[in-house]
Write a protein that binds this ligand. Structure first.
Ligand code: IPE
Ligand code: IPE
Ligand code: MG
Length: 251
């Protein structure tokens, strides 16, 4: 596609609806999570063709610990299998994979697979994929603020801008702010995902359940994104010119 001429995008996805997808088919919820893994594969495979350079995927929130132990361990074993089986394909596709979120509560075996995959894909970067596991945006902000400001009095000019820059650096870890945030599954909320990084993200909500999400859906989201006008609080440049012309013409 025309990815060369377009700004590289950071797309974030709240992959919701696995449980309902399974329940509707009379299957256990974990079957929905299994089907969700195929959707992850599809999206990662096609993202670079659509001009996406960074992808942050919400896989398990810190609030998801509230779920039955059986579902949680099912999700973790799917993640472990994915990482173990997928590394070669990730490397072939030049995907750098990283996991964001808390690590101290994850099972040892999963943690080891995460560290191995991160290490093995560290050098490649056609596409950067960040998977959020045991992730809470409010916790991430609180942690970043804590470490950024422990030496705050030593900052030469402790201003709002310095504070913003430090937090931005700590939170985006170079993936940049979110351009487009997609949520599948029909709910229209953020559920504690990338609150700081999505300050000016375009939001795209779809009723499609995550296991059904494919290339067509992603393409549709990006087409809508490209039709939107991002203003970041300003006014579009052509408005200003048109207004000056109008004023010039009126006098
Ligand atoms: C999203 O799907 C995956 C996780 C939160 C782990 P859900 O499991 O939340 O699916 P629904 O929302 O119950 O359908
Ligand atoms: C958000 O989905 C978390 C993930 C998709 C991993 P949830 O299903 O947990 O969110 P709520 O409970 O509907 O807000
Ligand atoms: Mg859900």
């Amino acid at each position: 596609v025309q990815s060369e001429s377009i700004e590289p995008l950071h797309v974030a996805i709240i992959m919701d609806g696995n449980g309902r997808w399974a329940t509707r088919r009379g299957l256990p919820r974990v079957a929905g999570h299994r089907a969700g893994v195929s959707a992850v594969r599809r999206v990662i495979e096609h993202a670079p063709d659509l001009g996406i350079s960074a992808l942050t995927l919400y896989a398990f929130s810190s609030d998801n610990w509230k779920r039955p132990a059986q579902e949680i361990s099912g999700i973790f074993s799917l993640m472990r299998a994915y990482l173990r089986l997928e590394t070669d394909r990730l490397k072939r596709n030049s995907v750098r994979l990283q996991v964001i979120g808390r690590r101290d509560r994850l099972p040892q075996l999963l943690l080891r697979e995460i560290e191995r995959t991160e290490h093995e894909t560290a050098a490649v970067k056609r596409l950067r994929v960040r998977i959020a596991v045991d992730y809470s945006s409010r916790d991430a902000i609180a942690i970043a603020a804590g470490s950024a400001f422990s030496g705050f009095s030593a900052v030469p000019e402790p201003s709002l801008n310095v504070a913003r820059r430090m937090l931005n650096q700590a939170l985006t870890n170079d993936a940049g702010e979110v351009d487009l945030l997609i949520r599948t599954g029909g709910e229209k909320r953020l559920s504690d995902f990338l609150l700081w990084e999505s300050a000016y993200a375009e939001l795209f909500f779809t009723d499609c359940m995550w296991p059904d999400f494919g290339t067509t859906n992603l393409t549709e989201a990006l087409e809508e994104f490209r039709r939107r006008q991002r203003r970041f609080g300003g006014v579009p440049a052509d408005t200003t010119r048109a207004e000056q012309r109008a004023i010039g013409g009126a006098h």
